[in-house]
Structure formats: C-alpha cells, structure tokens
Design a protein around this ligand. Structure first.
Ligand code: FEO
Ligand code: CA
Ligand code: CA
Length: 748
C-alpha cells in the first residue's frame, strides 16, 4: 500500500527494513547516471546478459495444464488491457459485482452505511482494507461442507486503513485529527476497523450458475468480527513464557486483538489462518526506555523488529486516554515488577503471528500459533498433505531483506483429520509442536532449509542475542534467522503451492534496497535468488531503484518432501514493463498482455490449477492500475540459466547467476483484471467448482488528500459508489465476486 506518491520521503509501511545484520557492504558511492527507462544501475546493456543454456530442463512428466478439465481450455479469454480507469475491468464474457464493502452491516440491527464519516459501531460492520480471504462452505443445514458451491462463509482480513498523518480520514466526518492527542472516539473507531471478519454469502439466483448473482447476508448468525481488542489465546512454545507476561495476562497465555492482517491460509482441517504483518508500527516506544530496561536483551529484540526507542506510532492510539485499551500501545517499561505484570513492556510480543480461527465457530477463542514464528507474516501455504508424513507450512516475512520460512509438524498427517470433530484441537496437533526452518539459497540453483533450534551451535553461540529457550526463538525469529545466515530476500509476500506438482511459489514484490554497490547496512547486493538491481523511470522523470518490479520465485522440495532440508529453485516470472527490452530487466520476455509490476497476492486455484497473481504496485502505476493475472506455469528447471554482469564504479564487476523459468507464451500468462484507481488487488478464493471467484479491492483512492475528504470531486477514486454500490462517494475497500456469464469456470 502507499499513502503518498512522494518517493523521496515516503516509506511504505509494507516496505520496511530493520535487517541490519552482517551482510556484505561495499560502502561504495552509487553511480547516479540515469537517463532512460529501465536501465540497469550502471551501464549494463542487453548484450551484457549472457545466456548459458538451460538449467536441468529435463521434464518431470507434468503437463502444464494437468489440473484442467477436459472439454475446457484454460486461459481462452481475451486478455484485459492495462487501464487507468476508475473501475474493475474483466474480460468479455465475465461479470464482476461488488459483494461486501467497508462499513457494510453484519447484524440485522446495524443501520445501513451512510459513508459520510458519521457511521459508528464498526464492531458490527465490515472493517477496512480487505486483504487475504478464504472460503468455508456451508450445506443447506448450515453445517460445514467441503463441496457446497452456493453457500459459504468468507473469512476476510481487514488489514489497515487509508490514512494520512495519523488519521483514518475517510471514516471521520471531517477527516479526523492529524495531531496528538487523538480523540478517544476517533481511536475507538480505528481500533474496530482493523482485524478479521467472517461473513456469510450465498448465490441467490441463476440456474446452473448462468447469470449467477451473489449477496452477503447481514443477519447471518455466523457473521462475526475480530478486532484489535478481541481476546485471543497464545498457543505453541511461547504460551506462558515470560516474554508474553503483561498486565492483561500475568501468566502469559492470552493477549488482545489481531492486527494488520494480510495474507491468509486454509488448513487441511478446515480452519482459517491469518497473518499479522506490519503490527510493529502501531506501537510507540518512548525515549529513555532502553535505560529503563537496563539495556537488557529486549532492547536488541525491539530494535530488530523496528521499535528502537523514540519510535512513534502510525495512528497515535496510545494518546486516546489512560484506559488500558489505549495505554497498551506504549511499549515501555513503566512498572516496577521484575517480569512485566504491571505494564505493557512485553505487549508487542503478543503480535506478529499466524492466528488460527475457526470460521464456523465464533464462540471459541482464536489461537496465535507461536511455533510458526514471529515476523511480518503474509500467507501460510500448506504443502500437499500425505498420510503418514509431516505437514509443511510455507511462510514469508514481508520487509526488505527478510526471510522465507517453513514449519514442519511433529505429528504425521492422518487423513481422518480432514474432517475433525474439533478443528482448533486439530490445529493444536499440527501447529504447536514441530520445527521451524529458514531458507538459504545457493548460486547453483539449490538451497537449504536451516532448522532454527535453540540447541544448535549457531543459535546457542549467537553473541548478539542470547536465546533463552525455544520460545525465545519463536518470539524473536528474525534474530534466529540472522544467526544462521539466512538469505535476505526482496520482500517475501504471499506463497502458494501448485496442486499439480507440489512446488512452492513465492511473490517477492520488490526491494528498493537492492543495490549493485550497497551503501550502509540496510542495502544488499544482488544474489542468485534476488538477482536484479536496476532503475526505472515513472512518469516524466522520477527514478526508482533496486528490484523495482519484483519477481516470483519457486521451489521444489528434495526427496523427503514436506520434511526435506534441501530444495532446488528457479524464478517463475520476473516482473517488468513490456517496453523494457528482453534482457537484464525483462528476463521473462513479458509482452503487453502480460506485463506487471510488484506481484503480491498469489494463489493457485484448487479447481483449475491456475496460478492467480495479484499486484500491489507503485512503480508502473503511471501506466496502469493494479491487476490480476492468470498463469499456467511449468516447473522448476524448465527454463535457462542467465548470468548478469554488473559493472562497478571502480572498473570491477559483479557477476550473478540466476535461473529463469520458461518465458510465458501468450496462452500461458494473461492479464485477467485491472482494478479501480489507487487500489491494490489482493485476497482470492473460489467456490470448490471454480465458478465463483472472490477478490478483494483494497484502498481505492488511497492517495486522496485528507484535506479533500469532504470534496468528492477531489477523490482519486469514487469506487464502488461509481458503480452504484451504497451511499456516499467516499471510496471503500470491497470484496467483489466474479462469475462467467456462461456459467463456466473462472479463467476458462
Ligand atoms: Fe500487507 Fe506485505 O502486504
Ligand atoms: Ca516505469
Ligand atoms: Ca500483501
């Protein structure tokens, strides 16, 4: 997301960098020569990218369209052109309709949304910034169903809010208060628009799906909200650990709320996983707290997670009053206890997890699965489960130069658990005991999963941060990744597993700190798995540097499958503008019907096997709004090895080998949707028949100025009001539903 277009001063909350661990730093002065679009930093031309034959191109015997049904050709739709229109554009023959938008009532007695900033009671309304989303089917009797295609629950992340200078301005009548202190009433609204919603939806008409229309049910007994104040259990190795002791939970077993919920997962036992991403920015930490903590190791941990002393908070919620619900956002030692039971010095340790929610049961408390680690979580993607084998969960940490992780359960998969009597207890079985690994990528196309065990020499001997126990590793996962020398990645966003062959795909959205000649500890040089550093012109002259357009990495596990500790990898697609010549930037040879920047959401369809790619971009947005593409990928090793030669200022050079997947022909990758102005496209799930697809449109109009909040003519988007959805003209994040007019599967 972006809240400003000034690239000189703006820091995207999704684009943080707190990793100052000891990567190579050449402290070189950067060459500032920049004269045309899409040149590599320095003077590398197309010819400098030498191509050295193919990488293990031996076929795995897996057809590209293995999951496709007979009599149906996938990706037969006409691709959608790039667009700057303030509307959702889908191919001919498809219909996109708004289903569930910010502020929509979730109980029968909640009034309709006026959308003028006067609405309240957001605990009973749709939250803001719809993000990751999963489908949970219901049968005609309202019981969980894996096969229902006409009735179900959508579990929806409400990640954040459109803000400028503290205030979530579209939900306050006059734009709200941009100075501290923030009024309690404004803070209370903002506390409630974050979190998660469960909302019932059903297909209301359309025989055989033709002309199908969907609606959400505002009076469904299943509807519920989790907000920043909802009580949640701490589960896994950190439950009851001293690191989780707070005034709210002196025994360290509970916390309040889930926050900045971004990517999602759906467990093989039918529950919802939500990833807490940029939670740290909501906490403040006053100057003097380092000394108050006697400089103990918590100071190191707080800095590694972006809260050095003096850090201010995104919204100033801590200034709403003296009550606990406000004061808890001050992450400081203010009490006299030895363990923190009289203050909120440890409060931030309660955020940053994968949280498991039973979407069918709103009475049972959700559980934070601490074993899966604490970082800026995106999605949690399950490897294909095999009876008798451990369960693997793939995850990424979305900040610049952070890591890729895998959880491997101690319990072995029992097929009977696909339909358990107690879903969250099944989660206890697979998500509380196991091993956490971090990825290291090698220049020869191989890689290792390195276990993060407190007893390993790398961790037990780590001088920078003495880990006390495995709970400490679970809470301070980033430091553990540093200790074992994990590979710094270009912002790992969503991951998803290809149902055709089990390969794991990761969006690496972009990295403005990737530099051929890094300066300072926050920048890193290109490496094989993150091989590009270049410059791009946006609009008339603004220059963006680093891995501007991002890429999609994929991994194939070794022979041990989910429990493997080695893998091979290549890059499925490099994002690029089609006008960038095939070569060092447009390495995947993308055409105008396929080109994209900043892949973010990523989800394989269980029905069609299509790889759906969503963008959250601020680089190519002078040419097009964010988009959704459909891909039919091959497999790791189907492309070629490429060597990139980067000149350096001193006359030397940097040579980087990388592995590029087979370039997508026009029938293997097509743009399917372009969204309204100033939005990102995110969240994607389908009915099990693949005939209804739900997609989230996040933050249309987000670069609107707070000063213009009462002047609709100045909004950068008026979607979805401009398609007749709801009152008012303020833009609203929303879920859309896409159907094919002939009743066919989406993407055919
Ligand atoms: Fe919320 Fe990293 O996207
Ligand atoms: Ca450009
Ligand atoms: Ca994202």
């Amino acid at each position: 997301m972006t809240t400003s277009t000034d690239l000189d001063t703006y820091v995207d909350p999704d684009d943080l960098n707190n990793n100052t661990s000891d990567n190579p730093s050449f402290d070189a002065v950067l060459d500032a020569r920049l004269s045309r679009r899409n040149i590599l930093r320095g003077s590398v031309g197309t010819a400098a990218a030498a191509v050295f034959g193919s990488l293990g191109a031996s076929a795995l015997g897996l057809a590209d369209e293995a999951a496709a049904a007979p009599r149906e050709k996938l990706l037969s739709f006409n691709p959608v052109a790039k667009s700057l229109a303030d509307s959702v554009v889908v191919p001919a023959g498809y219909t996109a309709s708004v289903l569930y938008a910010l502020g929509d009532p979730l109980t029968a007695s909640t009034p309709a949304y006026k959308n003028d900033g006067t609405d309240g009671d957001f605990e009973h309304r749709a939250g803001d910034h719809h993000d990751g989303m999963e489908w949970f089917g219901l049968d005609a009797n309202g019981k969980p169903s894996a096969t229902s295609t006409t009735r179900g629950l959508l579990a929806v992340n409400h990640e954040a809010t459109t803000d400028e200078k503290l205030s979530s301005f579209f939900i306050h009548a006059n734009g709200g208060t941009s100075t501290l202190p923030r009024p309690a009433a404004e803070v209370e609204k903002e506390l409630a628009i974050h979190g998660v919603a469960v909302v019932e939806v059903h297909r209301k008409s359309g025989k055989s799906g033709k002309g199908a229309k969907w609606e959400y049910l505002k009076d469904s007994a299943f509807n519920t909200r989790l907000t920043t104040l909802t009580e949640i259990e701490i589960a896994g190795p950190a439950r009851g650990n001293p690191l989780l002791v707070t005034k709210y939970s002196p025994n360290g077993t509970k916390t309040r709320g889930t926050l900045n919920n971004c990517g999602t997962g759906k467990t093989p036992w039918g529950t919802f996983l939500t990833g807490e991403e940029n939670w740290a920015g909501y906490f403040t930490r006053p100057k003097g707290d380092d000394a108050a903590r006697d400089g103990n190791k918590s100071v190191t941990a707080l800095a590694r997670y972006g809260r050095a002393e003096g850090a201010s908070s995104r919204h100033g919620w801590e200034t709403g009053g003296s009550e606990d619900k406000f004061a808890r956002w001050i992450n400081a030692k203010t009490g006299t206890s030895a363990d923190g039971r009289d203050d909120y010095r440890n409060e931030m340790n309660g955020m940053g997890y994968i949280v498991e929610i039973d979407a069918y049961d709103k009475r049972t408390l959700a559980r934070k699965r601490t074993g899966l680690g604490r970082f800026a979580h995106e999605s949690a993607a399950f490897g294909k489960v095999v009876p008798g084998q451990p369960v693997a969960v793939y995850q990424g940490d979305d900040s610049r130069n952070e890591y890729i992780y895998k959880w491997v359960s101690s319990a072995r998969w029992d097929a009977a658990d696909a339909n358990p009597a107690n879903r969250l207890a099944t989660g206890d079985k697979y998500l509380d005991e196991g091993k956490l690994y971090v990825a290291k990528f090698n220049a020869d196309g191989s890689g290792q999963w390195i276990e993060l065990s407190v007893t390993s020499p790398a961790l037990s001997g780590y001088a920078k941060y003495p880990f006390a126990d495995q709970a400490d590793v679970a809470v301070n996962t980033r430091l553990a990744g540093d200790a074992v020398g994990a590979t710094k990645m270009d912002r790992p966003e969503w991951c998803s597993v290809n149902p055709a062959n089990g390969e794991i795909y990761y969006s690496l959205t972009n990295n403005s700190n990737r530099r051929v000649e890094p300066s300072g500890s926050s920048q890193t040089a290109p490496d094989s798995a993150n091989p590009r550093a270049y410059s791009d012109i946006k609009g008339a002259s603004r220059v963006q540097t680093g891995n501007v357009n991002g890429h999609i990495l994929r991994m194939k596990e070794g022979a041990a499958g989910s429990a493997a500790t080695s893998f091979t990898w290549d890059v499925y697609l490099f994002g690029a503008e089609a006008s960038a010549a095939p070569g060092p930037v447009n390495l995947s040879n993308l055409t105008g019907e396929q080109d994209f920047s900043s892949p973010d959401g990523l989800a394989f369809s269980p029905s069609t096997g299509i790889c759906w790619i969503q963008t959250d971009d601020s680089a190519y947005t002078d040419v097009t709004n964010c988009m959704l593409l459909a891909g039919l990928p091959g497999q790791v090793g189907d492309g070629r090895k490429v060597t990139l030669n980067y000149p350096k200022a001193d006359g030397g050079g940097l040579t980087v080998d990388t592995y590029v997947g087979k370039a997508p022909t026009p029938d293997k990758l097509k743009r399917f949707l372009v969204g309204p102005a100033d939005c990102e496209i995110t969240g994607l799930c389908e009915t099990p028949d693949g005939k209804a697809m739900f997609v989230n449109i996040q933050h249309p109009g987000e670069t609107t100025s707070q000063a213009n909040v009462t002047n609709p003519a100045k909004y950068t988007s008026q979607w979805p009001a401009n398609v007749g959805y709801g009152a008012g003209k303020r833009p609203r994040s929303a879920t859309i539903v896409i159907t094919k007019n002939d009743g066919g599967r989406i993407g055919s």
